[in-house]
Design a protein around this ligand. Structure first.
Ligand SMILES: *Cc1c(COP(=O)(O)O)cnc(C)c1O
Length: 392
């Protein structure tokens, strides 16, 4: 079985490009150019330079000794929280802005939920001197005020999406509408491994630097390149895709995908797409998504705005349905507990999204002394307001 995308943009039964005709020229330009650009020397030279000197890569692979003792395993943390702007998202935006420049684009649009992708996009637009417009649901604009301020500070325009639940899915719809209206000069930087082909594959390749580094860092520290498991939280799935990529063909490395169960899988307020979802089309891709009998999207819920999405990337739908990856779902409360625990046992405050991955340690079975890598996708500064509500 292969886990790479095929010519038509499918991972098994999932993926493809189900888009309105008006979007064809944009998507086709991207599809026929992205691999050549990514593989070119001039792209790689600039991308690798910026990852090193601007983003701060390689990020450390840290052996968490106290956490390891507690769980009787060898637990390594991939410190994406130490990337410039505080999460893995910038690996992708740096790559996409270089691709946009090669395609001669002058104007950048993006969607954002928690604001992390919006900040990472506004950052690289400032870096390259390009115009930046970020679509964000009005509800999210209100609950993520610090990130809205960061985007504005960086010179981006934040446009509210006022339809539907006024969150991430609605912001994505607005961004797609903008792209249809401005095909010639605009590139749309999607923030996860979602959307029509080639986005899931393009974003996966740009995040794959995470597992590329994990391999040599593990080898350096343990003598062995492959861990027994890689654990990552999944919203759309970009940090997980990057952490899995160079282990996809290593059958002995378990891939653990951690989703948000919100108030509980059966509570009606959840974002556990792989359990509750069924095959359907969202934002140009055939994948698993939460929908009712009429195909209407069921509004997702998670305490963490970054996991609050009704679908998952087609790669993850394929990995989970083919049993290459195991899905685990974590409630709000379990994630909060894990965030407090990690802060106090290792001195690292994780993002709320990331805290879900740590909570999964309690739900996994593994052997004593197994080597586990947890992708620490982002830092928790943006979530202190939420954490404060749970302090005693
Ligand atoms: C955005 C975000 C996520 C969720 O997005 P993925 O595409 O699933 O990685 C997870 N963690 C952090 C810190 C984020 O900012």
């Amino acid at each position: 079985m292969t886990f790479n995308v095929n010519e038509e943009g499918f991972y098994g039964a999932f993926g493809g490009a189900f888009i309105p005709e008006m979007l064809y020229p944009n998507i086709e330009t991207l599809r026929s150019n992205y691999l050549n650009i990514i593989q070119s020397d001039s792209f790689q030279t600039e991308y690798q330079y910026l990852l090193k000197q601007y983003v701060g890569r390689p990020t450390p692979l840290y052996f968490a000794e106290r956490l390891s003792n507690e769980f009787k395993a060898k637990i390594y943390l991939k410190r994406e929280d130490l990337c410039h702007t505080g999460a893995h998202k910038v690996n992708n935006t740096i790559g996409q802005i270089l691709i946009a420049k090669k395609l001669g684009k002058k104007r950048i649009i993006a969607e954002t939920g928690a604001g992390q992708h919006g900040v990472a996009t506004a950052t690289v637009c400032a870096l390259m001197g390009l115009n930046c417009i970020v679509y964000m649901g009005s509800v999210d604009i209100e609950r993520q005020a610090p990130n809205v301020a960061r985007m504005k500070m960086l010179g981006a325009e934040v446009r509210p999406a006022t339809s539907g639940s006024q969150t991430l899915k609605d912001a994505t719809n607005e961004a797609i509408r903008d792209w249809i209206a401005n095909p010639a000069d605009t590139h749309y930087i999607i923030g996860s491994v979602v959307g029509p082909h080639p986005y899931p594959d393009m974003v996966t390749r740009l995040q794959a630097i995470i597992s590329e580094e994990i391999r040599w860092q593990l080898k350096e520290q343990t003598g062995k390149e492959t861990p027994d498991a890689v654990i990552a939280c999944v919203g759309g799935g970009s940090n997980a895709a990057g952490a899995y990529y160079h282990f996809l063909e290593e059958e002995k490395t378990r891939l653990i995908a951690v989703e948000a169960a919100g108030h509980g899988i059966d509570s009606g307020e959840s974002a556990a797409t792989s359990v509750l979802g069924s095959k359907g089309i969202i934002h140009g891709s055939r994948t698993l998504l939460m929908q009712d009998e009429d195909g209407q999207i069921i509004e997702p819920y998670s305490i963490s705005a970054g996991l609050d999405y009704p679908g998952i990337g087609p790669l993850h739908a394929h990995l989970i349905r083919s049993k290459r990856a195991e899905a685990i779902s974590i409630t709000d409360q379990e994630a909060i507990d894990a965030a407090f625990h990690l802060s106090r046992i290792e001195g690292i405050i994780p993002a709320l999204e990331t805290a879900h991955a740590f909570a999964a340690l309690h739900k996994m079975k593994f052997n004593q002394d197994d080597c586990l890598v947890i992708n620490l996708s982002g830092r928790g500064d943006k979530d202190l307001g939420t954490y404060q509500k749970f302090m005693k």
